[in-house]
Design a protein around this ligand. Structure first.
Ligand code: ATP
Ligand code: MG
Length: 597
């Protein structure tokens, strides 16, 4: 971050791991995701050159853990140009940063660029090719045809919110990207067992030899009725994994061998009574990865606890899968997960002071989940052995889930190890019967997607501010927002309060919000330092670096919140507001579902 600061960037804080006002994913999976409104044209309070480190979690990579380059939780380093610099600076600085600062061997760097698509009238990204060529040649490395720089098409080297160019709606921006790979050496090729067996290795091959370190996206086109046209405001979005950069910089060929994992792997060796990481790489890596992710999700400022729903179900799977892998190493009972969590908390306490503040809370909840699962796992595994004669029926899988706490993904994994199949549809039907169908059991929800910046969600976002202000007027200043989730149809809003809300209170809150709507109050945005914002009485949590500018949205003297936006301009646009439901969310937290009418 210092490197990019010296190049005129402002360091901005990362967002919470749990998306806010963005129901497209369960977790933040890239540095770009929380910044999307700005890439689409909103003005960012910190200016046109930004840099940060963003905590990311990708549930969809859970089963990749162990392949030398994937974690579920990782930190993504990002830099952005919002209509400021473009390809020349971006690729030059990236190369300088990796080679001159981190010590990458330039002769092991390879890059991909967009190869163009005649059908949509967008040509090869020759600008990037020329820039890369010069950079390589500056280090005495020849970069002629097919040596360092490789062309790929829409699937690999085009970015837009909706994917490949043909899928983009008119009015949407997108553009080519350029990925940078590091060659870890031919000894890592695992072609023998892979589908690539008959092909020579290439930079996008999954064999483990070439790893993607980062991707520079160049937003320079907009789709119009007539085809693709160049944008006036061109943006750069770069994201690169800290773990992978550390791996290359430290001369390792596996993210788990970096200093980011040393302490935790050592602790696992100790807990397992002296088993060695080298001899048991996969279980060590799964445990190390999952405990770190669980600590960060539970300890997030908008943290979630293990449960059977949504994000909570993912945390549950992480902890339970780690416990099962622990048993493979002979680690059993004695609240060992807690000891590992303590190592993670210690390792990251200086980088994430807000995590350190929740230390006891994190440990307590990990212990509770561990205790819950420890009571049943042994009997569950015996039960699994009993039913694992042939295909595992939906009923059996459901029984393992219901009576022994086995997430379906764990049953699937156990079955795969034995070459067996699980009737997952049957499982789903059983689950539905019990009215507990977890939103996340169906894999679809993990797929990346990005913020929904539509007009309806914007309105509901403003409605959320009115709702919070009204709740504080009716129930007292002790009320704090604990989370929100907005789709185009409804607003879900969690807040701290000990008791059930009475019908009278509900009506009062609704009336206050509707009065504010009727008055058609202006929504005004100001930028100020976090300190000034707090002084001005604005409410809201904001993870920010000292001195960073924040936005404060005021709705007359009714509401004042620190918030990134975007919002509508006048409350009248909301029409009317109605609380559809009020219920308990968790201890001390109530949940309101509301709609506009
Ligand atoms: P891969 O093909 O290796 O899974 P990706 O295409 O999914 O990577 P991007 O979505 O482009 O990666 O994310 C940008 C960067 O974030 C990657 O270049 C990589 O350095 C890092 N990254 C992505 N996924 C992971 C992960 N699961 N663990 C660690 N780092 C990751
Ligand atoms: Mg990936």
């Amino acid at each position: 971050m210092e490197f990019f600061e010296a190049k005129g960037h402002r360091v901005i804080g990362g967002a919470s791991l749990i998306p806010e006002n963005d129901s497209s994913t369960l977790f933040i999976g890239s540095g770009m995701q929380p910044l999307l409104p700005y890439l689409l044209g909103e003005k960012h309070p910190s200016g046109a050159r930004l840099v940060n480190s963003q905590k990311c979690f990708r549930a969809e990579d859970m089963e990749e853990v162990g392949d030398n380059r994937h974690n579920t939780f990782f930190e993504m380093l990002g830099n952005w140009s919002l209509g400021d610099y473009f390809k020349e600076e971006q690729l030059g600085w990236l190369f300088e940063f990796l080679v001159d600062e981190l010590g990458f061997d330039p002769s092991r760097i390879y890059v991909s660029v967009y190869g163009g698509n005649k059908e949509i009238g967008v040509s090869k990204d020759l600008e990037s090719v020329e820039i890369w060529k010069k950079l390589f040649e500056g280090k005495g490395i020849s970069a002629g045809e097919g040596e360092r720089i490789f062309y790929y098409g829409d699937e690999k080297n085009w970015w837009s919110r909706s994917g490949v160019p043909v899928k983009m709606p008119v009015g949407e921006p997108g553009g080519p990207d350029s990925e940078l790979f590091y060659d870890l050496g031919a000894h890592l090729k695992r072609h023998e067992n892979s589908v690539w067996k008959d092909q020579p290795c290439h930079i996008n091959c999954d064999c483990g030899r070439f790893i993607e370190v980062g991707n520079s996206v160049f937003m320079e086109y907009i789709k119009t009725e007539k085809g693709f046209e160049k944008l006036k405001q061109r943006n750069v979005d770069f994201g690169g994994g800290l773990e992978r950069m550390a791996m290359a910089a430290q001369g390792k060929d596996n993210v788990f061998e970096t200093d980011l994992f040393v302490n935790i792997l050592n602790k696992i060796e100790e807990l397992s009574g002296g088993k060695k990481y080298r001899d048991n790489m996969k279980p060590f890596e799964v445990i190390a990865d999952h405990i770190k992710a669980a600590v960060f999700i539970i300890g997030d400022t908008r943290g979630v606890l293990p449960s059977n729903l949504g994000q909570g179900y993912v945390v549950r799977r992480l902890i339970r899968r780690a416990i099962r892998y622990g048993r493979l190493l002979g680690i059993d009972g004695g609240d060992w997960m807690k000891k590992l969590a303590a190592v993670v908390l210690e390792d990251y306490k200086d980088v994430y002071p807000e995590l350190d503040k929740k230390r006891e809370f994190v440990i307590k909840n990990i212990v509770e989940e561990e205790e819950k699962f420890s009571r049943t796992i042994e009997r569950g595994l015996k039960e699994f052995e009993k039913v694992a004669g042939g295909k595992i029926s939906g009923m059996d899988a459901f029984n393992l889930y219901q009576s022994y706490g086995f997430p379906i993904e764990m049953t699937r994994e156990l079955a795969e190890e034995k070459g067996l199949e699980v009737d997952e549809n049957g499982f789903g039907e059983e689950l539905k019967k019990h009215q507990e169908l977890s939103r996340t059991a169906s894999a679809g929800e993990f797929k990346g997607g990005l913020a929904d910046a539509g007009e309806e969600t914007k309105k509901l976002h403003t409605a959320a501010h009115l709702l919070l202000a009204a709740l504080r007027k009716v129930l007292g200043e002790g009320v704090e927002q604990k989370g929100s989730n907005i789709t185009a149809e409804r607003l879900r809003f969690d807040f701290s309060y000990q008791e059930k809300i009475t019908d009278e209170q509900k009506k009062e809150v609704e009336d206050l919000v509707n009065e504010a709507i009727k008055k058609d109050l202006p929504v005004v945005c100001e930028e100020m330092s976090l300190e000034e914002a707090k002084k001005s009485g604005a409410v809201g949590v904001f993870e920010s670096k000292y001195g960073e500018k924040v936005r404060v949205y005021s709705i007359s003297d009714f509401s004042k919140e620190i918030c990134g936006g975007p919002h509508i301009e006048r409350t009248g646009e909301l029409g009317g507001f109605k609380i559809a439901k009020e219920q308990s969310s968790s201890a001390g937290v109530r949940r309101i579902k509301a709609v506009l009418k």
